[in-house]
Design a protein around this ligand. Sequence first.
Ligand code: F0G
Length: 461
Amino acid sequence: MRTGEPFRIKMVEPLPITTRAQREEAIAAAGYNTFLLPSGVVGIDLLTDSGTTAMSDRQWSAMMLGDEAYAGARSFDHLVTAVQDTYGFPYVVPTHQGRGAEHLISRILISPGQYVPGNMYFTTTRAHQELAGGTFVDVVIDEAHDPAALHPFKGNVDIAKFERLIADVGADQIAYINVALTVNLAGGQPVSMANLRAVREVCDRHGILMWSDATRLAENAFFIQEREPGYAETSCADIVREMLSHFDGLTMSGKKDAMVNIGGFLAMRSADILTKARELVVLFEGMPTYGGLAGRDLEAMAVGLREAVDDHYLANRIGQVRYLGEQLAEAGVPIVQPIGGHAVFLDAAAFLAHLSQDDLPAQALAAALYVESGVRSMERGIVSAGRNPDGTNRHPKLELVRLTIPRRVYTDRHMDAVADAVIELWHRRHRIPGLRFTYEPSTLRFFTSRFEPLPVTVPTH
Ligand code: F0G
């Protein structure tokens, strides 16, 4: 029997309706970069699940209770209590969003020349590690780099790769291991509890800190409940606490699994790291009790942390992502399998097999999908991967377009419209041209680069 959404809608926002001619003009003006489109020309916005959540009535009412005192605001205490209850860490330092927390922890824990292993890179995470003088080392299992590999926990750390790195460089040269829950760029893929235990065991043996990028940890918990033997009867809230019991601390982008439009934090067990984080947060974000946020933002996040670990919410959330992904898979559209927690990822390399990776297939597909339908998606391929320190392009194994589903925002009818648009494009894929750069910034180039289409070459097959 089908069940409906575990919420009803109290307020609606009209969507912009555009013509194809308007969209062709808009994408050209945006340099074929979906990040540069004004939202007023975007119909269904699947650019990101970050900060795009619809807040609940409880969150909105909590905002009215925000304590805007510069120092010692009670809203901070509410956030700390919520983090202690849901995540089990004693200490919390708020930041304006996830990358603010990444910036602070990278400065605190990384000495120049050290290595930071992680289960696949994330753009801002790696950028801050490099800024602090560290070198990211990918220790995710090989299956994560294969869009078709059907592994239930494709985000797992490859313990052998981690141990090889320790043997090669020495435990002293490893700043910490950063384990992302879930792995965004692998397709929103989870990490198993057994893997977390195994990572902890290696860390304990070598005296290495185990940190988490906990951005989508509630979604990770849902997959453990669904797939890992022994957890079917455990609530996601309990699974979250057990997952985090293995970690020394975390960085959080509240814009995802804390269900807010802005916010983030660091949480940890060490009073020493807390002291250092409090020193730095004053310099870069704000007082340690607000970290760049308003009191009302702290209140909304405190409520959102609890809502995000609700079993019914998570089943509906991940069910909606699957509802879209399964329609695409049934039509033969190449997508990353298994379907992950926050997004459906199109395999642009397979979708646009007539293009080489240097023709920027994922960027080209994202632009084409926008023109086709007004649906905004995001490139997660060679453009996002950026350049090596020696200036050459990184060539990631995954060349993907992300259809990211905001939390509690769109209905399944919207998902039907997205599926129709992608399937229509799949039938006309040979006509989609590649792109080339016309402007490229020096860091995080995907946000602001501009492109132009390559001449169309229509293959004979
Ligand atoms: N870590 C992961 C895994 C993320 O997905 C993000 C943000 C961050 C850290 C940084 O958090 O945006 O609050 O500073 N991801 C967004 C996305 C931008 O669209 O995937 P932030």
